[in-house]
Design a protein around this ligand. Structure first.
Ligand SMILES: Cc1cc2nc3c(=O)[nH]c(=O)nc-3n(C[C@H](O)[C@H](O)[C@H](O)COP(=O)(O)O)c2cc1C
Length: 202
């Protein structure tokens, strides 16, 4: 079946992250974002695509920082309340019944109950007529102990990352599970040595 080119997310499974920000007046804001990707291994950059009409974008530009919060499927009911239009002076933590997880490096608070948090500083932005690409530098990265395995990977069964695919009428929520297959990064390289291996020791 040939699809309309705008229907990319009907088969690209995307993460659902909540971006929390704080306005210059100190108002806390939350919005779900799915157009989120890391920029290359082993960099500390993430790229977020934002429409221009977002309080999130205005707050990121004003404060130069934001938090990407990664929810499990148990927070699926918070997606629409946080996505709905709310006036810029509404505190979305209060409005949507979410609690703060204090941040370490940025003023904007994280969201309690998520399984991972990326505190970011605005590194660069790329603006076009219809969108802005926000490049964030991760300045503090944290994951709940209970969902982190000794090999440095996520326990998918415990975290149950909230994800979605698009359909003609909306978002179909889902999660992911492992397939009991593993490949070492080293296996990509001719001499079986991962040149970036040293970067991953905590
Ligand atoms: C699952 C989901 C994913 C979304 N992803 C994005 C996104 O990547 N970029 C974007 O600009 N808006 C996205 N939106 C829309 C915003 O969350 C929505 O417009 C929200 O009201 C923006 O809030 P704000 O004005 O407080 O920033 C998404 C909405 C949903 C429900």
């Amino acid at each position: 079946m040939i699809l309309n080119p705008c229907k990319r997310e009907s088969f690209m499974v995307l993460p659902v992250a909540f971006i929390s920000t704080i306005s210059p007046e100190g108002i806390r804001n939350i919005a779900p974002y799915s157009c989120v990707m890391p920029v290359l291994r082993p960099l500390d950059l993430v790229c977020v695509a934002s429409a221009k009409t977002r309080d999130t974008l205005a707050n990121i530009r004003a404060a130069g920082e934001f938090v990407l919060n990664f929810p499990g499927t148990d927070l699926a009911d918070k997606v629409i309340p946080t996505a709905r239009f709310s006036p810029p002076d509404a505190d979305e933590f209060e409005l949507d019944g979410l609690l703060e997880k204090p941040s370490v490096q940025v003023k904007a608070p994280g969201i309690s109950g998520c399984y991972a948090w990326m505190e970011c500083r605005l590194a660069k932005e790329y603006e076009e007529e219809q969108y802005v690409l926000i490049m964030g530098q991760v300045v503090h990265l944290e994951v709940a102990d209970a969902v982190y395995l000794p090999d440095g990977s996520l326990d998918l069964g415990k975290a149950r990352p909230l994800m979605m695919t698009g359909s003609n009428r909306g978002m179909k929520y889902c999660s992911v599970r492992g397939i009991d297959k593993f490949d070492a990064f080293a296996s990509i390289f001719p001499h079986g040595k991962d040149p970036l291996a040293g970067k991953y020791q905590e």
